[in-house]
Write a protein that binds this ligand. Sequence first.
Ligand code: SAH
Ligand code: SF4
Ligand code: F3S
Length: 447
Amino acid sequence: MQDIMQDKNEKTYCLINYGCQMNESDTEHYAGQLEELGYKPVSDYHGADVILVNTCCVRESAEKKIAGKIGELKAEKKRNPECVICVAGCMAQKDGDKLQKKHPQVDLLLGTAYVNDFKQLLLDYLADRKGIAYTDLTIHQSEFEGHRVRQSSFAAWIPIMYGCNNFCTYCIVPYVRGRERSRSMENIVEEIEAAVKEGYKEFTLLGQNVNSYGKEFGEKDAFANLLRRVNDIPGVERIHYMTSHPRDMSEEVIKAVAECEHVCENFHVPFQSGSSEILRRMNRGYTKEKYLDLIKLIRQYVPDAAITTDIIVGFPGETEEDFAETMDVVAKVGFTSAFTFIYSKRSGTPAAKMDNQVPLPVKKERLNRLMALQNENSLREHEKLIGKTVEVLAEGPSKQDDVWTGRSRTGVLVLWPVEGKEYAVGQKVNVVIDTAQTWLVKGKALD
Ligand code: SAH
Ligand code: SF4
Ligand code: F3S
């Protein structure tokens, strides 16, 4: 509709985003800068003046899908040679001008350190229309302080740190996001206060390893202090954060979650593998026992915590016994949900050169067993909510008629019938749960 009504002289942009929440956050900054230049958003890239694809390279499957999308844009460039095609993000960082050579329709290639410079680089490009790749990873200014156009009207991404120093042996992220650096607490608080004024209620603090927040300031317990500081901002209703590294998750952070009214009681703590030997070769810095101790500590402080995780199956050399340890952790912890991945070889990482790469059919079979077990757990965890009243922030109507959806404080998807009532996006609704499924729960709203 919006597209049809577009004024013919108006310049338009289309953003296509892939990857993690950090990418979604970066995309909001690209949108902000494009709008400062007078561009208006469209959801279909055909005919847009600027098309920006923000990319991810964490697994090969993601890369293939994105390469397909970039390939598609060749026809668009032919139809509309004046349009500017930008490829940004982690794949752009990893492959640099190789990617541009393979896809000559790409005009501007922006690595991950250039989010803030996008506006100027676009203007520079428009001045001489010479295709260029910016892939230096050195950060040359404080990041992401400009205007941004958020996708949600009540939930806001707040990056608190960038990059990663962990070098887990399977992972490409440290190579494409550079070294860890934290935003100052004042800068973070300012952004949150401004968002509260615009009506935002729910804040997700983002970083590859939020528990190392503030390490470079030399401040002890900087992340726990940040949680407490954000909790005190008037108008902030819910605080989430991701991702936590089990090695760096401190008792101080767990205590802060337990004590801060607005910090939600969900813990996303990826364990990746249950085998201590695999964990050692992943360079994760903890053992199965240490991880289970951490879960115990979380449950001790926050008995109702929803715990979620990420798991990789088929890391090089993973035996059936190693995999059994992973299944054991899943059986013992009772995760509310889990993101499960088949190990994907990323060239340039140490694991890519390891012997005994696990054959794909074995990886797939293990993934199926893992997912079946986790699905039972998700259902069981959701069943625990039956009869309870959960606080939901309304997100909008579902595909079904007369049913709204939203998320509980712990991130569970909740559906309830409208029954003639009016709801607004971002409204707090109390729902009594009566039905549990693997992926969601249903109930009735209280007045
Ligand atoms: N910084 C976060 C998340 C990074 S990427 C963390 O450390 O938890 C998100 C998830 O992708 C990881 O937790 C891991 O489970 C998965 N992942 C990363 N590299 C992968 C690879 N090469 N193959 C399969 N899964 C991978
Ligand atoms: Fe990758 Fe490990 Fe860093 Fe997470 S902590 S981004 S898995 S290297
Ligand atoms: Fe992907 Fe980059 Fe995020 S590789 S997962 S978009 S940090």
